[in-house]
Design a protein around this ligand. Structure first.
Ligand code: PLA
Length: 445
């Protein structure tokens, strides 16, 4: 970079002042921008405000800074073993070995829509191998950057090609949903979902809110293991929701980030989605392999759009390519290769289902142990929601002050809404958490 003071061409430069920005000198002939000698105040970014940390991922940053030996991170939903360590599944290690040893594999660019095998197998995983929608070529699936990327690509497509711009998301929901859809250009509204009094589903409120949504509005639904509440509709309630959505021509957009993590069964956890696909209507599905295959950092996921005809599905796919190409061109190859290696090999698939079930079961055991530990301490309150809720999280009902207290006094890190990741607990750490909860609810109202 040229320095303005080192040039004798200062007279040929135009000095501009823009708002509060520091002056910049621009070469009149357009050959470049020259920066003044710098001090922080001179920076063209001097007016950039410091942004707050992410409400979920920022918890890990705070945790990492804490030197306490008893610290516990129950913020982000990341599975840990009984020893408190991250887990790479055995099947993932096996698949990676196969990939490394296969000399025919290269690192060429994938197509814009990703790995063909991966896409087919992902659609089968969520819709069922015998799904008429798949057999009729009604589904277009594109590989995306995990669940988040799949949601974002779907949202960008909707903002360009769908007549309704309003999306209804549950209250509460995963903190990133609102931002993803807003930035894609959609208008975000909420529908009632959780009832803090019963700590269950507010089905009446949900049906009323979706019932008064404008025709065609998009509805974000958690396929299973609702984050953060751990409260899912029953099958009968799903059926009520489906009928309402179809009768009002609303467009369902499923976020499936926890398939297999809720019940331990991949098919069981896909029932809500399959119910909506079986009726022949349109539907969006964002899938993530972060949790169920433990591929968090590989960023592997898929967006499927179920259409009414094969021709529409292929035209939709052609437009998805136009969304993806200028965003990140094409997706990464490694994670998708791991997933397709596992999904297409009968033995690896079988082993995966067992490892997945073991993770889901360990989480359920943690629920039971935490519940028992609070009962043993006679902690005031009804804690039965800990064993009733489903999936990775417990929505404890602890308020922000109690959360702050637990972090300050017990070095337990969690999101400020009182959500704890059950997958981050172990038999060893449960007594510490139970002591902290007991102290929080007996000290702070
Ligand atoms: N959808 C829901 C409902 C999620 O909870 C998450 C992740 C995602 C999508 C996105 O996951 P992916 O992009 O990694 O596939 N939620 C985590 C992590 C586990 C996070 O906030 O990024 C959470 O702690 O809530």
């Amino acid at each position: 970079m040229k320095s303005s003071s080192s040039s004798s061409r200062g007279d040929r430069r135009l000095s501009i002042l823009s708002g509060h920005l520091a002056p910049r000198t621009i070469d009149k002939e357009g050959s470049g921008i020259f920066c003044s000698p710098t001090s922080a105040a001179d920076s063209v970014f001097a007016n950039v405000l410091r942004a707050p940390e992410d409400p979920i991922l920022g918890v890990t940053i705070a945790y990492n800074k804490d030197p306490s030996p008893v610290k516990l991170n129950l913020g982000v939903g990341a599975y840990r073993t009984e020893e408190g360590k991250p887990l790479v599944l055995n099947v993932v290690r096996q698949a990676e070995k196969l990939l490394v040893n296969d000399r025919s594999r290269v690192k060429e660019y994938l197509p814009i829509v990703g790995l063909a095998d991966f896409n087919k197998l992902s659609a089968k995983l969520i819709l069922g191998a015998d799904s008429p929608a798949i057999l009729g070529n009604l589904v277009t699936t594109v590989q995306c950057l995990s669940g988040t990327g799949s949601l974002r690509v779907g949202a960008e497509f909707l903002a360009r090609h769908y007549y309704q711009r309003t999306i209804y998301i549950p209250n509460p929901t995963w903190g990133n949903h609102g931002k993803i859809f807003t930035l894609a250009g959609l208008t975000v509204k909420t529908y009632r979902y959780y009832d803090p009094v019963t700590r269950g589903l507010n089905i009446q409120g949900l049906l009323e809110d979706l019932g008064s949504a404008p025709s065609g509005a998009i509805v974000l639904l958690h396929a299973c293991a609702h984050n953060p509440t751990g409260v899912d509709p029953t099958l009968e309630q799903w059926e009520q929701i489906r009928r309402l959505i179809r009768s009002k021509s609303l467009l369902p957009f499923f976020d499936s980030a926890y398939q297999g993590f809720a019940s331990g069964s991949l098919d069981e956890d896909a029932r809500s989605v399959r119910m909506f696909v079986a009726d022949g209507g349109e539907c969006f599905i964002a899938q993530s392999y972060a949790k169920n295959m433990g591929l968090y950092g590989e960023r592997v996921g898929a967006l499927s759009i179920v259409c009414r005809t094969a021709d529409v599905a292929s035209r939709v796919e052609s437009q998805l390519k136009l969304v993806i190409r200028p965003m990140y061109s094409n997706p990464p190859i490694h994670g998708a290769s791991i997933v397709s290696t596992i999904l297409k090999d009968r033995n690896l698939y079988q082993e995966w289902t067992l490892e997945l079930k073991a993770m889901a079961d360990r989480i359920i055991t943690m629920r039971k142990q935490l519940f028992d530990a609070l009962r043993a301490r006679e902690t005031p309150g009804d804690w039965s929601h800990i064993i009733k809720q489903i999936g990775m999280f417990t929505f404890t009902g602890l308020n922000t002050k109690q959360v702050t207290f637990m972090t300050r006094e017990y070095h337990i890190y969690m999101t400020s809404d009182g959500r704890i990741s059950m997958a981050g607990l172990s038999s060893r750490t449960i007594p510490h958490l139970a002591d902290a909860i007991h102290a929080a609810v007996t000290t702070i109202v």
